[in-house]
Design a protein. Structure first.
Length: 76
């Protein structure tokens, strides 16, 4: 069964649309939703293993310009 994670993303002011657009084409990103509250975006990731989820977050998501902070919640 595939591993799944919810990534809560806080962006810099005015960068929600840019970050959302950058997330959409990344392989393993299942959905990207802008939300209100302490985080600006919630994205759902799905890969074969938890290690691949970690690599995706650190290698593809963290480098996106405009992201201030992320919190990754793994589905158990």
């Amino acid at each position: 069964m595939a591993a799944r994670a919810f990534v809560l993303i806080e962006t810099e002011v005015g960068k929600v649309k840019d970050v959302s657009t950058a997330l959409l084409p990344i392989e393993g990103v299942i959905s990207v939703d802008t939300v209100t509250g302490p985080y600006d975006i919630i994205t759902i990731l799905e890969k074969e293993t938890l290690n691949e989820i970690g690599d995706l977050v650190t290698g593809k998501i963290h480098p996106i310009p405009g992201i201030s902070r992320t919190v990754t919640c793994l589905k158990v």
